[in-house]
Design a protein around this ligand. Structure first.
Ligand code: ADP
Ligand code: ADP
Length: 227
């Protein structure tokens, strides 16, 4: 479980991106942060894996303040997926997926077979492992991004607008796949989007933020639907 305990982020220029945010993202659930551009979604997400540190308040991972964990150790337990998958262009898909296992010193064969298994998990043909990122469509690259984030089986998955740049039909299938995957994997997922329909579809709970970084509402998506 991830806990935000009165978390504030003020950037050096004085911008308050996140303002006294308190909420919980339970294990086994998808917690969605939704709101307009600039409301502090990405900042909130990046404070979890310490790409950014909070100015005030604490973020706890299963009760342990992340600020006390050194970033490399912390990130071993946290998969991170961004909008344009961010794959290494000169590495084959299989090696892209195995990035973290290689860093962790896994045996090369074991890392590659894990990557192949994950390709199937995210709905891609394992033969794609031998291709390079430019040979894949945008939607396929996002699937690879998800596979890469899952490679070392981290308990936490952070997803920042992962499906926003793909066309609507592909987006729908990626959303369905994520719901299916989460039913198997039971991760703590924090998912950021500006799209309220996506938030309602994916979220077990939905945190609605407004510009200035304040929590407007923490809702069960079924309630949002009926409003
Ligand atoms: P969102 O992801 O919801 O679009 P962000 O977390 O990216 O929002 O940004 C929240 C606010 O913080 C915005 O006003 C943005 O301009 C500001 N901001 C983001 N990064 C920085 C930075 N490095 N320095 C100053 N202000 C920033
Ligand atoms: P989408 O409609 O999902 O965006 P694309 O039209 O980009 O898909 O690609 C369709 C198919 O062609 C995909 O299976 C993709 O892997 C393959 N493909 C796209 N670009 C290349 C390329 N440069 N070399 C080889 N195969 C490619």
């Amino acid at each position: 479980m991830i806990t935000f305990d009165a978390v504030t982020k003020r950037y050096p220029d004085g911008t308050v991106a996140v303002d006294a945010l308190s909420l919980e993202a339970p294990t086994g659930e998808i917690t969605v942060f939704v709101g307009p551009s600039g409301c502090g979604k990405t900042t909130s997400l990046r404070m979890i894996n310490r790409m950014i540190d909070a100015t005030e308040g604490r973020i706890l991972l299963d009760g342990v303040p992340v600020q006390g964990i050194d970033p490399p150790t912390l990130r071993r337990g946290i998969g991170y997926v961004i909008q344009q998958a961010g794959l290494f262009p000169h590495r084959k898909i299989v090696d892209n997926i195995a990035t973290v296992p290689y860093l962790l010193g896994w045996d090369r064969k074991k890392a590659r077979s894990r990557a192949m298994e994950l390709l199937e998990r995210v709905g891609l043909d394992p033969a794609m492992g031998e291709r390079y990122p430019f040979q894949l469509s945008g939607g396929q690259q996002q699937r690879v991004g998800v596979a890469r984030a899952l490679a070392a089986d981290p308990p936490v998955l952070l997803m920042d607008e992962p499906f926003s740049a793909v066309d609507p039909i592909v987006r729908t299938s990626l959303q369905d796949e994520l719901i299916r995957l989460q039913a198997e994997l039971n991760k703590t997922i924090v998912f950021v989007t500006h799209d309220i329909d996506e938030a309602i579809k994916l979220g077990d709970r939905v945190a609605v933020l407004r510009v200035g970084g304040r929590l407007a509402q923490l809702a069960d998506p079924k309630t949002l639907l009926s409003e």
